[in-house]
Design a protein around this ligand. Structure first.
Ligand code: FDA
Length: 303
């Protein structure tokens, strides 16, 4: 189903239609705002509810250097604003937004700019994981940046649906890397990714438990209540401190679960995307749960 939705979403006509009307039609459920100022207000609201945030300036697969540089500048502005307003938020970035596919050296320069600002403002930058053609180059650049800036400044995402992730996690665990574990949101072939959801879920639990057991900071990024309950049992049995891990969920998804866990004293971080380039992000949310299209349909009937 995910593959079919992502293929349809690639249609130019559908894309144009959504980009024109989407924000009005229900995309705002998943995207905080198009502008930074309104986004910061949303962060403030989430913080007041006891939720931590990671801000993502939307954009990916950038093919012009000027756009990659602009994305880096915007991320620097975000880090500055978080610092000045004393918000409880870090940032998430996608390397293909920062020119990875134009020139890895450009991407490294822009990441250096961002991480220098994170150093100055004592914040943290999480590198999202994108589709499999960029997995290795993303890990390579992350390792370089980790050796320069340390695990308090930079972390990475690994995807449970890829067969290779067990080994990637083991190697990064040996470096003490701060990892966010996700199931994986892209369309991948069965030669490299588990086709069955059950296998992805089992691998997810194995990865989380292995990373925590190694004493590494772990971001458990899922809305899967069964896995969340399992994680809670695991940390209780092992006596793992609540400061050593956090739950993460997406803006607008499972909001009552986010609040409940925060009220129970767990660290809960809301991945909060903003900006105008929301279409690919939005289509992945529909692909995960086609029922989300109802929100959009309802928006159409209202307008
Ligand atoms: P699963 O798909 O099994 O869903 C469990 C339950 O959660 C569903 O039954 C439903 O109730 C709810 N749910 C899940 N998705 C929903 C949706 N779209 N709308 C409404 N309800 C939904 N992926 C990636 O490849 N690279 C990355 O860097 C990231 N980063 C990232 C950060 C954070 C904080 C999160 C939470 C997720 C990601 N992802 C990601 C996405 C991830 O790979 C995965 O696609 C989604 O989290 C959906 O999977 P679940 O783990 O929620 O489980």
């Amino acid at each position: 189903m995910r593959g079919a939705v992502l293929t349809v979403a690639g249609n130019a006509g559908i894309r144009t239609f959504f980009q024109k009307y989407g924000m009005r039609l229900g995309v705002a459920r998943f995207v905080a705002a198009e502008q930074l100022e309104e986004t910061l207000e949303a962060v403030e609201r989430l913080n007041k509810q006891g939720l931590l945030v990671t801000l993502d300036y939307l954009g990916e697969s950038v093919s012009e250097q000027a756009l990659a540089e602009e994305a880096a500048e915007q991320t620097v502005r975000v880090l500055r604003a978080i610092y000045e307003r004393k918000l409880n938020s870090n940032v998430s970035v996608k390397l293909t937004q920062l020119g990875l596919q134009i020139d890895p050296a450009l991407c490294e320069t822009l990441m250096t700019r961002i991480l220098n600002e994170a150093e100055r403002t004592r914040n943290f930058v999480r590198i999202d994981m994108e589709d499999s053609p960029v997995t290795q180059v993303t890990i390579d650049l992350f390792r370089k940046l980790l050796s320069r800036y340390g695990r308090k400044r930079v972390g990475l995402v690994l995807q449970a649906y890829l067969y290779r992730t067990e080994e990637d996690r083991r190697r990064l665990g040996a470096l003490g890397a701060n990892l966010r574990i996700v199931k994986g949101a892209y369309k991948e072939p069965k030669e490299i990714a588990y086709p069955e959801k059950k296998d992805v879920d089992e691998n997810y639990v194995r990865l989380v438990e292995a990373h925590m057991s190694q004493g590494c900071y772990t971001a458990v990024a899922t809305h899967d209540e069964r896995i969340i309950e399992k994680t809670i049992r695991f940390v209780q049995e092992r006596g793992i401190d609540r400061e050593r891990f956090e739950f993460q969920m997406l803006y607008g998804i499972s909001t009552s679960l986010q609040l409940r866990l925060a009220q129970e004293g767990y660290r809960v971080r809301v991945y909060t995307p903003f900006g105008e380039a929301w279409y690919p992000y939005f289509t992945r949310r529909i692909a995960e749960r086609p029922a989300n299209l109802w929100f959009v349909m309802k928006g159409m009937f209202r307008s």
